[in-house]
Ligand binder design. Structure first.
Ligand code: FES
Length: 190
């Protein structure tokens, strides 16, 4: 058994020995496999890998691939010896982890209390006008998608939003147009 197989099968007990059906090996794309292997090489290996490293690891993988596909999730599950359901639960709990292919421009408008008081609703209306789509809907031109988000921790400069992972602060409906244009090119006008 290769080192890689050892990693995939963990402590050496075949599932069949335990009366469990064999789980087919994950089949990420070559690009995904390379990205995952690169990131995994920076973290301690099972069994020393600990759960508190999971979020940074997933963020690092997503930074390489843009999103976390099903096969990538299965691959990470097998490499990390963490059940697929656990990994998927983490990925779908944290809004900044994506199990869908990334849209080039993703804008998250804060609707925390302070931003609500400072005009978040108007920003949402303007976002719908500019993108031709409501929150969470695919953008009409496929370039910029937007959604509501919880407090971004930028309350002293409300209303705020995230362009990709960059915060834009003290945003006005007038300024949104240039933010959306820049986001369509994958840039943040913060
Ligand atoms: S409420 Fe919007 S950043 Fe805190």
């Amino acid at each position: 058994m290769s080192a890689s197989d050892n990693l995939l099968h963990g402590n050496g007990h075949a599932r069949a020995d335990l009366g469990l059906p064999e789980v087919p090996l994950a089949q990420p794309s070559e690009e995904e496999r390379r990205a995952a292997d690169l990131v995994l090489s920076r973290y301690p290996r099972y069994p020393r890998f600990s759960r508190d490293q999971l979020l940074p690891l997933l963020r690092d993988v997503q930074a390489e691939t843009g999103w976390l596909s099903k096969e990538m999730t299965r691959y990470l599950s097998q490499r990390l010896h963490i059940p697929y359901a656990d990994l998927y639960g983490v990925m779908t709990f944290y809004a900044l982890l994506s199990t869908q292919p990334a849209t080039r421009g993703m804008i998250r408008v804060c609707r925390g209390v302070v931003c609500q008081l400072q005009g978040a609703k108007e920003l949402g209306q303007r976002m719908t006008e500019l993108t031709g789509a409501g929150p969470g809907e695919p953008a009409a031109d496929g370039q910029v998608k937007w959604e509501w988000f919880a407090c971004l921790g930028q309350c002293d400069h409300a209303p705020a939003l995230l362009v990709g992972e960059e915060a834009a602060r003290d945003v006005t409906p007038e300024r949104l147009e240039s933010i959306v244009k820049e986001a369509a090119h994958g840039r943040a006008d913060a």
